[in-house]
Design a protein around this ligand. Structure first.
Ligand code: CP
Ligand code: NVA
Length: 309
């Protein structure tokens, strides 16, 4: 039976752990030059309605490194732009492909594709979630901090798609998550409450970034206006005043705290140059791990035999 990854809640705690261990193992093989072509003969398509640098390139390269092929599409250049239904598109693409990564706006679109596709559908970012980002961020946190158990993760800024995926991660994993968001920019109530009901540790929302990061092991932030919200940018710049991750905020966290940002960043807005380029920043290692994580995800979902070894 095919598996999709639309949100982190599609995975059990054990599956997340196994996936992260597979990612570590394949990263080691990559370093040693011993990766095997476990996806030879398989083809992945990327169907993207929003721009992308990291997600697109890391999925492409991961697929190539495992011996597979990639087709890159935008909805605009397919018959979706001329009203072919998502259901029929999914039915047809399933006859050609072994997997589909979708980056789009409304989550209902990817849910519909997944419902009719006979192949795994992977969320490469939607308005509500960015699961592959946060799963690879967990890989980075484990590399830097060892065991995840009891880590205090802070989120500062918009309660957006990446924040929602951190909330879902905290529903499955033994981390404490404290989010500081300005009024009106909190995560969706239903996403928060569902995760709080499942979470082994605390998931808490507050207003004050200083409170969220006090004693934190990990500080996370993201842009104040996500893709699709460009027209709100000027208003948001004002509303998010005081939510920048800068040196003085960082000093409230543990001295060895790591700072994460999924990128692209707006330096001088949600994060200062000093923090982004400073010793606590794990941001470029984090970006690299997108590649290492995608490899493991594809190997698992598209049926490579990387499970061995
Ligand atoms: N972090 C991330 O998903 O980056 P891209 O938008 O460049 O894919
Ligand atoms: N929240 C951002 C993440 C970009 C990777 C957006 O959706 O634009």
């Amino acid at each position: 039976m095919k598996r999709d990854l639309l949100t982190i809640l599609d995975l059990s705690t054990e599956e997340i752990d196994a996936l992260l261990r597979r990612a570590d193992r394949l990263k080691k093989q990559w370093r040693q030059g011993t990766l095997r072509p476990t996806l030879a003969g398989k083809t992945l398509a990327l169907l993207f309605d929003k721009p992308s640098t990291r997600t697109r390139v890391s999925f492409q390269v991961a697929m190539y490194q495992l011996g597979g092929q990639v087709v890159v599409l935008t909805a605009q250049e397919t018959q979706l732009s001329r009203d072919e239904s998502l259901a029929d598109t999914a039915r047809v693409l399933s006859r050609y492909l072994d997997g589909l990564v979708v980056r789009t706006f409304a989550d209902a679109r990817i849910e519909e594709l997944a419902r009719y596709a006979k192949i795994p559908v992977i969320n490469g970012l939607t308005d509500l979630y960015h699961p592959c980002q946060v799963l690879s961020d967990l890989m980075t946190v484990r590399e830097k901090k060892g065991d995840l158990t009891g880590l205090h993760v802070a989120w500062v800024g918009d309660g957006n798609n990446v924040a929602h995926s951190w909330i879902n991660a905290a529903a499955r994993l033994p981390i404490r998550l404290v989010l500081a968001c300005p009024p009106g920019y909190e995560p969706r109530q239903e996403i928060l409450e569902r995760a709080q009901a499942l979470a082994p540790y605390e998931i808490r929302l507050c207003r004050d970034p200083a409170e969220a990061v006090a004693g934190a092991h990990v500080i996370n932030t993201d842009v104040w206006a996500s893709m699709g919200q460009e027209q709100e940018r000027e208003v948001r710049l004002k509303e998010f005043c005081g939510y920048q991750v800068d040196g003085s905020l960082l000093r409230r966290a543990r001295p060895d705290a790591i700072v994460l940002h999924c990128l692209p960043a707006h330096r001088g807005e949600e994060i200062s140059d000093e923090v982004m380029d400073g010793p606590n920043s794990a941001i470029f290692d984090q970006a690299e791990n997108r590649l290492h994580f995608q490899r493991a995800l594809l190997d698992w979902l598209l049926g490579g035999d990387g499970v061995r070894g």
